[in-house]
Design a protein around this ligand. Structure first.
Ligand code: AMP
Length: 438
């Protein structure tokens, strides 16, 4: 049986691969307007980075990590041995931990320096149960903004994300931005305690997972999809009532800046997001119709403690990640499209085998002049080559024939206008460019 791709993954065939390239370009040019610079980090990191950075009690770390292992260590494990912690690696489930690791390691925000703004795009890996819009390998585009504590940074981030969605053609009426503040280490511990105690009071009405979460990470119970838990959590204490004055003020300023920028949002005091590292502002962009439970197309927030948690100096930070596949689905639902058409190509045909080598030279000369072209590599007849050119929708075709070639000329056909002229070999590139640009 032929080998197929693993479940939860998919191939980006040429059209989709071109769309992915265009989406990245558009994202990077939008984020570039805000001062973001690109960064690329490895696809795998020490497992410990994700344990420390994302949190052991999160689903992403406790259930969804893909471990990476060398053959040597694989054998060691099979033989009942131990793998040293420095040899334990994991495919990245998200981008933030890796970028923060790189910022610390390369001292990209030295003390007293201006903040750093970094953007990335690439595949992420989570061993989730695959379903519609939930993959095991999926693509994210994200940014991290390190060194800025002011609420303007939070507002700028949300505005920038919405500007990008707008630029890509997502109907703005079909999405909503949910925002919340999770407080900081002054006010959150007491709130966590209150939620923990509340879950314990209602433990008989709640699922096993939520009961287990109560001590580790009680806020996650707000994300539970079980009907009983949802009912109970709807009445749980709200973080909004527990914020300290500083967090309240920060949140109020973020909202005022969004109001002034005309970016609508919905306050959702139950929005906690799945990862442990958030403090203060969190947000999520959701599609309002047609995407069922997987309706989050992007999200992020502030993580003022993360840099320290991963071993750096105290440095405030914030960021977001958007999911490429879900965004494409949202665009499809909204009737919008990102162009994935192949660029126009000139086809170079040869009339018979006696001039195949010269046709090959013409093709190379066109490419050297910056013109995309292709030709026959199968010894096809002229008729059959022209059919291939038609199927490729080549707007221009150069036909190399022995008689014309003897006079130093070739035919250049305008396939759309169905006209043809003969052109001296040294002017072929000019003639083809003129037709391609028409
Ligand atoms: P997160 O890192 O979980 O906040 O995810 C950020 C965005 O990535 C989400 O809003 C989704 O659009 C997307 N995403 C997360 N997990 C998956 C997945 N398993 N498959 C496809 N997209 C995902």
């Amino acid at each position: 049986m032929a080998v197929s791709n693993p479940v939860g993954t998919y191939d980006l065939l040429p059209r989709q691969a071109r769309v992915w390239e265009r989406v990245k370009q558009l994202a990077f040019s939008t984020f570039g307007l805000y001062g973001y610079e690109p960064i690329e980090t490895p696809l795998f990191e020490h497992t410990d980075l994700f344990v420390r950075g994302i949190g052991e009690s999160t689903d992403v770390v406790s259930k969804e990590i893909f471990h990476v292992i060398s053959s040597y260590n694989y054998r060691t494990l099979q033989e009942g041995g131990q793998v040293r912690s420095k040899d334990r690696f994991a495919l990245r489930p998200e981008g933030t931990a890796s970028v923060v690791r790189s910022v610390i390691q390369n001292d990209l925000v030295p003390q007293g320096a201006a903040p750093v703004k970094l953007m990335y795009a690439g595949p992420m890996y989570r061993a989730e149960r695959p379903q519609q819009d939930r993959y095991r390998e999926f693509r994210q585009i994200g940014v991290e903004f390190l060194g800025a504590a002011a609420p303007t940074a939070d507002a700028e981030l949300i505005i920038m994300l919405m500007r990008f969605y707008q630029a890509i053609g997502l109907p703005m009426g079909s999405v909503r931005v949910l925002i919340n503040s999770l407080g900081d280490d002054r006010c959150r511990p007491a709130y966590r305690e209150a939620v923990r105690a509340y879950i314990h009071e209602h433990s008989s009405e709640m699922c096993e997972d939520c009961n287990a979460r109560a001590d580790l990470n009680p806020l996650r119970a707000f994300d539970c999809k079980e009907e009983g838990c949802r009912k109970v959590m709807a009445q749980a204490p709200l973080i909004t009532d527990a914020l300290c004055d500083e967090c309240k003020e920060h949140f109020a300023q973020v909202k005022a800046l969004l109001d002034a920028a005309g970016v609508p949002y919905v306050e959702d005091p139950h929005l906690v997001r799945g990862l442990d590292y958030y403090t203060r502002t969190v947000f999520e962009v959701q599609v309002t119709d047609g995407m069922g439970a997987q309706n989050a197309i992007g999200g992020g927030g502030r993580y003022d403690k993360l840099v320290e948690q991963v071993g750096g100096r105290p440095t405030p930070g914030l960021g977001f990640a958007l999911g490429f596949e879900r965004m494409m689905h949202a665009l499809e639902i909204g009737g919008a499209q990102v162009a994935g058409d192949a660029p126009a190509v000139c086809y170079v045909a040869c009339a018979d085998a006696s001039v195949a080598a010269q046709a090959f030279d013409v093709m190379q000369a066109l490419r050297d002049a910056g013109i995309a072209c292709d030709g026959d590599h199968q010894g096809r007849s002229l008729k059959s080559q022209l059919k291939v050119a038609g199927r490729m929708e080549a707007p221009v075709c150069v036909v190399v024939g022995p008689d014309e070639l003897a006079a130093g000329r070739v035919s250049v056909r305008d396939m759309r206008a169905r006209t043809q002229e003969t052109v001296a070999l040294e002017h072929v590139a000019e003639a083809v460019s003129a037709l391609l640009e028409r």
